[in-house]
Design a protein. Structure first.
Length: 376
């Protein structure tokens, strides 16, 4: 039995040190603490999240979220609208949301202040709030992703026992795209669980369905196995697939990611090839772009982050491009102004070939001809 506990919290929204380079998230909000989906691979079980052992059985419901968030955004001096993700180490549309509606209340406030929204879920309960998501997409920007990692319902129900079925999630994506075409839709193909979901048949089936559902992109990644997370996963795996335990232990060899780098590279290569085959993006192509001084900054940073990701897929050094993107995302002024004043090298990691690439991208995106026009 899952039990709910209502609790006051001193903070409601978190500003990330650096904008995330996969979904371009600046802020995060957790409407609840802990999660009742009980996914057996969940990395929230690892010690680095400092959650209680019964985190999937006791759900903490944050009190007065609507009033608290409204008050925070109305008085915030350092907050300006940017992509806000709901959930993190939990699913904001877990069953608790049916009763408490914390997620819907938060969305109402984000709509009021015109904050763009990014949601990732495994629950079709999200369809209840399509009216709000449609308005958010019209006022700013909205992206909805479903985590889907297998077309085999037996495997899905084993790994994610209290989530909606994979087929229900596929159909939800289709409905969102049909009814609200302005909303970006995606599949989070993560984690791709070795030996259960990494077959050529499953990889292709997920990407093919993504194409059929007309999603805007797929994001994919492998599975981590850290400390308590690994212990729980191995215990559950042994109950259902005991013959796979030794295979996992051989693949990981005590690491939190597979020891065999060639295995990881091969899976990535296959997914990329399938995305190309079915014309599905494996990176977000339409990031939210503000109309203020950050416009060119964000466009330049996105291209640098994409470049870093492509280099990573090729097994090449990519950190200089990624960190340049991070610092450009955080600039308190226009990168165009810095370029015009020959100050690009004051930005960390913007030197040498990275600087040359940044200069090219500024010319590509900065349509202003004078400083006065840029600051209008």
């Amino acid at each position: 039995m899952v039990k709910y506990e209502l609790k006051d919290f001193s903070t409601i929204i978190n500003k990330m040190k650096y904008i995330d380079s996969w979904w371009y998230i600046r802020y995060t909000i957790n409407p609840y603490q802990n999660c009742e989906h009980r996914c057996i691979y969940c990395d929230a079980r690892s010690e680095r999240y400092h959650l209680a052992e019964d985190f999937d059985q006791t759900i903490i419901v944050k009190k007065n979220v609507k009033e608290q968030l409204d008050r925070r955004l109305s008085k915030a001096r350092t907050f300006i609208p940017d992509i806000t993700a709901l959930g993190g180490v939990n699913d904001c549309y877990m069953p608790a949301e049916k009763e408490f509606k914390n997620t819907r209340q938060i969305l109402e406030v984000l709509l009021k202040y015109k904050y763009p929204v990014s949601i990732s879920t495994k629950s079709t309960l999200i369809l209840r709030d399509l009216d709000l998501f449609q308005k958010i997409s019209e006022e700013s920007w909205c992206a909805i992703a479903f985590t889907i990692t297998s077309v085999d319902e037996e495997v899905s129900s084993f790994l994610e026992p209290y989530a909606s079925s994979s087929e229900e999630r596929f159909l939800a994506l289709e409905r969102i795209k049909q009814e609200c075409p302005g909303i970006q839709t995606a599949i989070n193909f993560m984690p791709i669980v070795p030996f259960l979901e990494d077959t050529d048949e499953n990889l292709e089936a997920v990407v093919r369905r993504a194409h059929e559902m007309k999603v805007d992109n797929i994001t994919f990644a492998g599975m981590t196995l850290r400390d308590q997370q690994a212990l729980y996963f191995y215990r559950k795996l042994g109950e259902k697939y005991p013959d796979l335990v030794e295979k996992f232990q051989t693949l990981y060899q005590g690491n939190y990611v597979p020891k065999d780098k060639e295995y990881t590279a091969a899976i990535s290569k296959k997914v990329v090839q399938l995305c190309n085959k079915y014309s599905v993006n494996y990176r977000i192509k339409r990031r939210w772009i503000p109309s203020d001084y950050r416009r060119v900054n964000y466009l330049v940073a996105q291209e640098l982050a994409d470049r870093a990701y492509e280099l990573q897929l090729q097994g090449k050094f990519s950190n200089r491009y990624l960190w340049a993107a991070n610092y450009i995302n955080n600039l308190p002024q226009s990168i165009s102004v810095l370029a015009q004043n020959d100050q690009l090298e004051t930005i960390q990691n913007v030197k040498g070939e990275v600087k040359q690439e940044v200069e090219r991208l500024i010319k590509k995106y900065d349509k202003s001809t004078t400083l006065e026009r840029y600051f209008r």
